[in-house]
Design a protein around this ligand. Structure first.
Ligand SMILES: NC(=O)c1ccc[n+]([C@@H]2O[C@H](COP(=O)([O-])OP(=O)(O)OC[C@H]3O[C@@H](n4cnc5c(N)ncnc54)[C@H](OP(=O)(O)O)[C@@H]3O)[C@@H](O)[C@H]2O)c1
Length: 187
């Protein structure tokens, strides 16, 4: 099979949260520069793989190909709004072979269970944006393994990813981006 490259994208608070206690994205994690960066990256991707809640919350005006994780799907189903996939029923390797027979780049924008699943599958890169100086109380962490003693960076490192240099997306905050890559140091 042709190569499939999985890229994860998250904006997190200083305490590694992607959402607040109610499961919604708080204002402190909304940033125009990060949004623009993320959408430029989507333009380079062949498919976006995301959880059902994210799919329902984010319209898809450009009609980008989506693969939606849901327990409501039986294996892999083509619906009008994309491919619906239940990883319990069909392994990733088989599902993506159907969705991208020629291979290509896969964008993964979460949420947490989706980020967790692809840690096990293997990211080629994880684009970790941090809204520096922000704290989300009792929020949803980017990975289940994050806690006060285990930062997102430690989780990425434990899965064989290595950081590139820190880049400022927005001097306000600042909001910074570090791309973690599988096994090498370049950003
Ligand atoms: N800051 C960030 O970068 C970032 C990134 C992502 C999301 N968020 C925020 O986080 C919130 C949404 O995240 P979320 O975690 O609640 O929602 P989500 O991941 O978008 O969707 C959750 C749903 O996806 C399905 N799903 C996920 N993993 C699955 C698996 N392994 N097997 C089967 N189904 C699976 C389930 O659907 P069914 O119920 O149909 O089974 C689950 O209820 C939103 O506020 C969003 O904006 C922030």
């Amino acid at each position: 099979m042709s190569k499939v490259e999985i890229h994860g994208y998250a904006i997190v608070s200083d305490n590694d949260c992607i959402a607040d206690a109610s499961g919604r994205t708080p204002e402190v994690l909304r940033n125009d520069a990060d949004w623009a960066y993320f959408h430029a990256e989507l333009n380079k991707s062949a498919v976006t793989v995301l959880g059902r809640a994210g799919h329902e919350a984010n319209p898809n005006p450009k009609g980008r190909l989506r693969m939606i994780l849901s327990s409501s799907s039986t294996g892999l189903e083509r619906r009008t709004d994309g491919w619906w996939w239940n990883p319990e029923d069909l392994p990733w390797a088989e599902a993506i072979r159907v969705v991208l027979p020629a291979g290509g780049r896969v964008a993964v924008p979460g949420g947490r269970r989706v980020f967790d699943l692809f840690l096990a599958v293997g990211y080629e890169a994880f684009h970790l944006t941090r809204a520096e100086g922000t704290f989300v109380s009792n929020g949803v962490p980017v990975f289940s393994d994050c806690n006060d003693d285990t930062r997102a960076e430690a989780v990425l490192s434990a899965h064989g990813l290595r950081p590139g240099s820190r880049r400022i997306l927005d001097p306000k905050g600042p909001v910074s981006l570090t791309i973690w890559r599988n096994g090498h140091q370049d950003s």
